[in-house]
Each structure stands twice: as structure tokens, then as C-alpha cells.
Design a protein. Structure first.
Length: 450
């Protein structure tokens, strides 16, 4: 049990600074709603982004009955409902519980698990991670200690293709070529190699060791990256805990990611196995959600890149083309060349009181300028996505390199980016604009800097 673990082994690092917080984690869930300018907000955790068609229909009904009718995808494959009426919490919880979306009230905010969305479908991964997903979610819900995790703590299950390896998760489990799995904490370059069977348990152990380290530090760190420890101390402690539980392991160099964190399943047909679509700004109308559930043959997989994968085993090319046409007709992105794949935004005005601008409207209005990033500039910035934020908090900001477009206090926007080829410690590339119409010029400026 976590309570019996020694905390004497955790030593502070002289090169890291622990995060000090004067409040608890206020991350919203379904039992703890967040008060926004457009009404209450609920965040429904969807482990692995996997929904049955029936569960998807329940979410749509809840949004229609209790909120503004729309559903919003997050960068962790979860779903948010906005514009919720006061006092609807009990009814919302009842709907979600009946649909199997709220298996444990004590754990509802900590079931943050992303998984390779094409795992088991396209034949590219080393292993289908669905068994890991089910086992880890069950283990989390059975762990009393895990209830202390922050609502921001993230698990990632990578099927070996490397799509989630660079997502910045707190605990990453990656399928290995020898049939086992690597379990890594934060961005460490070392990982613990365990058997595939032990991988879900090892992931939970890693999270519980993190909690013990937080208690020993006397801080209120929510993420592994916020915890100041001596180099590799957390990994060594996790190894000792695995040994105590009889879980065999050894330490190995961590496999790097093979794709950019900004990448996701390419829109279109994935052979005869699945369809992939992107959701502009992660915002789904009732009509779009309904069309997704009608096309789906059994389940929907929400991705960390604000997309949806619909498994379609055995679909013919004609059937796939017809389904994609239906989805495109309601405004979902099925074209892999669409600039929408490189644009994201926080909720902005009028939903957020802290936002200085209607960033979604500005992002939509300047969509054509995004092609500038692919047409000019250094190779390191070509194709880099943009993320629009109403303030410096950059809520919903995905992991990975991108160009930040942040609303300025005095109006306009400030752009900031660091190209992969820039010298370490060099000043970021920046530009300021007074009006969104100047975006193309600003992008050309920062991408062409040498």
C-alpha cells in the first residue's frame, strides 16, 4: 500500500524547482463543475477516447437537455459540455452512471488515459493496447491511493508506433519489439522494461510512487515535470516498488517518438479498417455528433488531436467514400490537406471571462493564412501548427512544438515560436499584430528568420 512506503529515499534536486501551489486542484469533472461565463462546464473523462455508440448518444442527449447542445473534444480525448444549467449536476451524474461513463465517483477526475487511436486497426502497432486500457482503468478505479492524483495527471498507452511517446504524459507505457513494454515517467530518457502482462500494474505503481514523492516533498505538484527530484530518483523508486511487488523489470533507454506530437491519424479512410476525421477547433454540433454516431458501426475513438476514428472493419472503398462524404457534408474534415489540421484554439470569448478576444472567430477568419507556414521560412517551422489563446494561460494547449498566437493585453496578438533547429537557449521567434488580418505577414516574418 502507498501509505506504507518509505519517503526517505526521495531527495531534492539542486537543478530543479518544485512547483508551489496555494490551492487544491480545481480541474473540472462531472461531479465538480466549473463556472464559466457561458454557464457551467463539465469534463467527462473518456479513457482511451473509446465510446460505444450508445454512450455517445447519451452524451449528446445530456448536452441537449442540460447544456448548449454542443460537445467539445479536449487534447486528451475527453469531452466537455458547456452552458450547463445551474443545479444539473445530479441529473448529469445519473445519466453518465447509467451509460457506464462514471464507474467510480471517487476516481472520475483521474481517469485521464490516452491510447493510440488506431491500435489494433491498421496493423502498424506492435500490440493492441485495448487490454492495457481496460486493465489500467480498472486498476485506477480500485486504487484508494490513486484518488489523490490531480485531474491533470496523464497516462499514455502507445502501441509501439510512437504516436503518443512525445505527448508529455506523466506515465507512458509503450509496447516494445520484444513483446514487453516500457514504462516511463515524465520526459526521462530511461524507462523500466516489464512484461506486457505487468504493464498496467506497473503504470499504476509509477503513479503511486509519484504521489509518495509529492507527500515527501511537502509540495502540491500535480504533474511529474513539476516535482523537483534528483536525476532518475523517481524511476529508481518505481523500480524498488516493482521489485517489492514481485514484478520483474530492467532499466533501458527509452524509445523516442516516431511522429510529431502534433500529428494524428490522417483524415480519410484507413484501409478497410477505419475512417478518420478531424473536428475543427474540437467543437462538435449536435448535427455533427449525430452523423458520427450514425456512421459508426460499434464505437467511436476520440483522439488527443481533436479528431475521431470510426472503426469500419471490412468496409469497401465505395462504402468508405460514401461515409466520408456524409461526414464532410456536416463540416467535419476528411481532407488530409485541410489547414484545419494545423489550427487550434481555447474557448475564448464569450465563454471565458479571462479571454481578451474571440480567438475562435479570429482563427476561423484567418484560416487561409495558415498555409503561409508551409510555403515559406525555415524547414523547422514549415507545417508547424498554430494555437490561439485568449490569455497567457493557454488553456487546452496541446503538447509539442507549435506557433503560439496569444491575445495581448492592449489588443491584437503576440506570436511566439521556437524552431526545432534553433540553438538551445536562443530567443524565441516573436511578432506582434494589431489585427488578425495581419497574421500572414507575421507568420512570414517569424518563419523566415535565420
Amino acid at each position: 500500500m502507498l501509505a506504507a512506503m518509505s519517503t526517505a529515499a526521495f531527495r531534492p534536486s539542486s537543478q530543479a524547482t518544485a512547483v508551489s501551489r496555494d490551492r487544491g486542484d480545481a480541474c473540472p469533472g462531472t461531479l465538480r463543475l466549473h463556472a464559466a461565463d457561458d454557464g457551467a462546464l463539465a469534463r467527462v473523462r473518456i479513457p482511451g477516447g473509446v465510446l460505444t455508440v450508445r454512450q455517445a448518444e447519451v452524451l449528446a442527449e445530456a448536452a441537449r437537455r442540460l447544456g448548449d447542445g454542443e460537445l467539445h473534444l479536449t487534447s486528451r480525448g475527453n469531452v466537455q459540455m458547456r452552458g450547463l444549467a445551474d443545479g444539473c449536476g445530479a441529473e448529469l451524474a445519473e445519466l453518465l452512471t447509467a451509460a457506464g461513463l462514471l464507474p467510480s465517483r471517487g476516481h472520475e477526475r483521474i481517469r485521464n488515459i490516452v491510447a493510440s487511436p488506431l491500435s489494433g486497426l491498421d496493423g502498424r502497432g506492435l500490440r493492441d493496447v485495448r487490454p492495457w486500457l481496460s486493465a489500467l482503468d480498472a486498476a485506477l478505479c480500485a486504487s484508494e491511493a490513486a484518488q489523490a492524483l490531480s485531474g491533470r495527471f496523464l497516462f499514455a498507452l502507445d502501441d509501439g508506433r510512437g504516436d503518443l511517446a512525445g505527448l508529455g504524459a506523466d506515465v507512458t507505457v509503450r509496447a516494445a519489439a520484444d513483446g514487453g513494454a516500457q514504462v516511463a515517467l515524465g520526459n526521462a530518457d530511461q524507462a523500466l522494461h516489464v512484461s506486457a502482462q505487468d504493464a498496467p500494474r506497473a503504470a499504476l505503481v509509477a503513479a503511486e510512487v509519484f504521489l509518495a514523492a509529492v507527500r515527501a516533498s511537502g509540495t502540491h505538484a500535480w504533474r511529474v515535470a513539476e516535482l523537483a527530484l534528483a536525476d532518475d530518483e523517481l524511476l529508481r523508486s518505481a523500480g524498488r516498488r516493482l521489485t517489492a511487488e514481485g514484478i520483474g523489470h530492467d532499466r533501458r533507454a527509452r524509445e523516442p517518438g516516431t511522429t510529431s506530437p502534433a500529428d494524428g491519424p490522417v483524415p480519410g479512410a484507413v484501409g478497410d479498417a477505419a475512417l478518420s476525421v478531424h473536428v475543427p477547433l474540437g467543437r462538435l454540433s449536435a448535427l455533427q455528433w449525430r452523423e458520427l454516431t450514425r456512421v459508426a458501426t460499434g464505437e467511436l475513438r476520440l483522439t488527443p488531436w481533436r479528431g475521431v476514428v470510426l472503426p469500419t472493419p471490412g468496409a469497401t472503398p465505395a462504402q468508405a467514400a460514401e461515409s466520408l462524404a456524409r461526414l464532410a457534408a456536416v463540416g467535419l474534415v476528411t481532407d488530409p490537406a485541410s489547414p484545419w489540421l494545423r489550427v487550434g484554439a481555447c474557448i475564448g470569448r464569450p465563454g471565458c471571462a479571462k479571454s481578451r478576444a474571440d480567438v475562435r472567430a479570429d482563427a476561423t477568419g484567418t484560416l487561409g493564412a495558415v498555409d503561409t507556414v508551409g510555403a515559406v521560412g525555415t524547414a523547422g517551422l514549415r507545417g508547424l501548427p498554430l494555437y490561439w489563446s485568449g490569455c497567457e494561460r493557454r488553456c487546452g494547449h496541446p503538447g509539442g512544438e507549435r506557433i503560439d498566437v496569444v491575445a495581448a493585453p492592449d489588443g491584437g496578438y503576440r506570436l511566439c515560436a521556437t524552431a526545432p533547429g534553433d540553438e538551445p537557449g536562443s530567443e524565441p521567434r516573436t511578432a506582434s499584430i494589431d489585427d488578425p488580418s495581419q497574421l500572414a505577414t507575421a507568420l512570414a516574418t517569424i518563419t523566415s528568420r535565420t
